[in-house]
Write a protein that binds this ligand. Structure first.
Ligand code: NAI
Length: 245
């Protein structure tokens, strides 16, 4: 993995931060992409990484960000957002918000690195999807639609690049211990009047292992997919969810 350069989006916290840390530990040169400059500076300096600030919904900013980077060997499309609502309260704008970040964010970043990977005859794209990219759940139609779409992009692009030394895979975590899940817990408490413990019990019950997934466990799978040993694994959507999906 040494000498290789990875870009991780949404890299300053949660799963993205765990991935950036893990790749840096493995000797990869890492560039963090995020929106919060202060956090980017702190995080990058703590692992000896580079950073560039950009919002993945801003096509022009994404273009500028990638234009300033050296050749990218590995791209981890992790930036994502989640909103929940009953289907009849999920308006077009909610679907569009989910797609803009969770699908087009990944597409935009991938567009910039793919030509270089193909030319080099080696590349890794890992999309952080979700178990909601593999099956449905109530009250998250827009999020699930976006994650299914991201899995669709993954599978199609994998076929397109199969003979070029580039692999394209998705990892599909179940509920993972991050700020995003904290927000989900807050929402359940607010909407249902359940206690935080009850809300947590509900989330962990969806995982047959009865616990939240740890960000480091997602990072370990991503690191594996980025290695030379995973060269024949492409077009896969791998659940990291204790047997849930
Ligand atoms: P998080 O909310 O802690 O982190 C998401 C990161 O993405 C943040 O750093 C945020 O600033 C960044 N981000 C969001 N919109 C962005 C934009 N427009 N441009 C640039 N960066 C942006 O969430 P977490 O849990 O670490 O999620 C990471 C990924 O994992 C997301 O794609 C999420 O959908 C996915 N995921 C999370 C699960 C969970 O239970 N936490 C389960 C399954 C998938």
């Amino acid at each position: 993995m040494a000498e290789r350069h990875a870009v991780v989006t949404g890299a300053t916290r949660g799963i993205g931060w765990a991935i950036a840390r893990r790749l840096a530990e493995d000797g990869v040169r890492v560039t963090l992409i995020g929106r919060d400059m202060k956090r980017l500076v702190e995080r990058a300096s703590s692992i000896g990484a580079d950073f560039v600030a950009c919002d993945v919904t801003d096509a022009e900013a994404v273009g500028h960000a990638f234009a300033g980077l050296d050749h990218v060997d590995m791209l981890i499309n992790n930036a994502g957002i989640a909103e929940s609502a009953p289907f009849l309260k999920s308006d077009d704008a909610q679907f569009q918000r989910m797609f803009d970040v969770n699908v087009l964010g990944a597409v935009r970043c991938t567009r910039h690195v793919l030509p270089g990977m193909i030319e080099a005859g080696w590349g890794r794209v890992v999309n952080v999807a979700s178990t909601a990219g593999l099956r449905g759940y109530g009250y998250i139609a827009a999020y699930a639609a976006s994650k299914h779409a991201l899995v669709g992009v993954t599978r199609s692009l994998a076929l397109e690049t199969a003979k070029r030394g580039v692999t394209v895979n998705a990892v599909c975590p179940g509920f993972t211990e991050t700020d995003m899940t904290e927000t989900t817990l807050d929402r359940i408490v607010e909407k249902t009047g359940r206690t935080r413990e009850q809300a947590m019990a509900e989330l962990t019950a969806s995982n047959p292992q009865g616990r939240l997934v740890q960000p480091d466990e997602v990072a370990a799978a991503v690191a594996f997919l980025c290695g030379d040993g995973a060269a024949s694994i492409t077009g896969q959507a791998i659940a990291i969810a204790g047997g849930e999906a």
